[in-house]
Ligand binder design. Structure first.
Ligand code: GRF
Length: 215
């Protein structure tokens, strides 16, 4: 069994997709054992409680430095005896120490086709540039923001009348498809990490990035 912790700050619709996937036996050998939030009012916490999952609130405001906050989170993850850390709308930048401790065992989902549009406000930036395609990416987390190895992407066409809001609304359901898929691969050891490289079914991920297309 792979013990999963999900880190959240907000609504937690991706957390819900993972909970639903687990209930439908679609996380392989994965089990969500804890949900950690840096915000006490995150709706994601309610979702976790409704699913009888242990929760922890660790507020970054209670710590003098990013490192001391991260250290407290690290301790909680150790207490839960976690095999995989899943970032799902977790809105804090992680220190390089924390990231290196979970290297190869921490995933994130980002609302763009990485390596394009790292960082914030991806939908508006995609519109401003006049891109034809947009989407979301599940990737391994490395110390550099949104720069780790991509695992799976969902792609959609940008429509002429799209706004940042409609793009967010169209992309969310795609996130809810590809994130549980990537977590299942990890939990079934289809997705592995050795010597700083990621592999899917024993092939280097760089050669086998999975892309799903939606119009
Ligand atoms: C998602 O758009 C995800 O791509 C980004 O944060 C958002 C989280 O949404 N990293 P939710 O809290 O899972 O609904």
């Amino acid at each position: 069994m792979k013990r999963i912790a999900v880190l959240v700050s907000g609504s937690g619709s991706n957390l819900q997709a993972l909970i639903d996937a687990e209930h439908q036996n679609q996380l392989g050998r994965g089990k969500i054992v804890g949900v950690l939030s840096n915000k006490s009012d995150a709706y994601a916490l309610t979702r976790a409680q409704q699913a009888n999952i242990d929760t922890a609130i660790i507020s970054h405001r209670d710590f003098p430095t990013r490192e001391s906050f991260d250290q407290q989170m690290h301790q909680q993850l150790l207490d839960w005896n976690v095999d995989l850390v899943v970032l799902a709308g977790f809105m804090r930048i992680l220190s390089s120490d924390f990231v290196s401790q979970w290297q190869g065992r921490m995933l994130n989902i980002h609302p763009s086709l990485l390596p394009h549009y790292k960082g914030m406000h991806t939908h508006q930036r995609v519109l401003n540039t006049g891109e034809r395609f947009h989407g979301c990416t599940v990737h391994f987390v490395t110390a550099e923001l949104d720069a780790g190895q991509a695992i799976v992407q969902a792609v959609l066409d940008v429509r002429q009348n799209d706004t940042a809001e409609t793009l967010a609304t169209r992309i969310h359901p795609l996130e809810h498809k590809i994130y549980p898929q990537a977590v299942q691969w990890f939990c079934n050891e289809d997705l592995t990490w050795h010597d700083n490289h990621a592999y899917l079914q024993n092939k280097p991920l760089q050669e086998s990035l999975k892309v799903c297309y939606f119009d």
